[in-house]
Design a protein around this ligand. Sequence first.
Ligand SMILES: Nc1ncnc2c1ncn2[C@@H]1O[C@H](COP(=O)(O)OP(=O)(O)OP(=O)(O)O)[C@@H](O)[C@H]1O
Ligand SMILES: [Mg+2]
Length: 125
Amino acid sequence: MLTPAAASSRLLGRDDEIRCLDGLIDAARDGCGGAIVLRGEAGIGKSALLEHVREKASGFRVLTASGSEFETELPFAALHQLCLPLLDRLTELPPGRRAALEVAFGLDSDRPITQTAERASAPPP
Ligand SMILES: Nc1ncnc2c1ncn2[C@@H]1O[C@H](COP(=O)(O)OP(=O)(O)OP(=O)(O)O)[C@@H](O)[C@H]1O
Ligand SMILES: [Mg+2]
């Protein structure tokens, strides 16, 4: 596994980004989840930074999803890719969030998606 210093020397000029990504992983180890959007021109180094995150995330379960044009019409396509391996833990979620995922995955066809999305955005009971 690369140390942060090794990653920094491999990825030239990315010290700030690596520090930020490392901070996200360290916070997650302390139980504080977060999110970062990496965006930039083709070839700028997004995947290289993600590879650094993967190397840094030892002990974590790493899930990935890829966007593809043919899926743009499919609701929750990326969510399906990400959460499918985790569905066996659905019962561990608070009721509102569990209901949202059940609808998104077609496990609760009685409930309209919009109603469930409203419930999911409300604070957990
Ligand atoms: N900061 C960097 N220092 C050294 N090499 C780099 C750096 N950033 C990227 N590279 C190298 O440049 C090439 C392109 O990087 P990468 O594939 O990560 O770009 P990308 O932003 O994911 O591109 P795309 O948008 O096409 O997916 C790779 O070979 C990668 O190792
Ligand atoms: Mg890439």
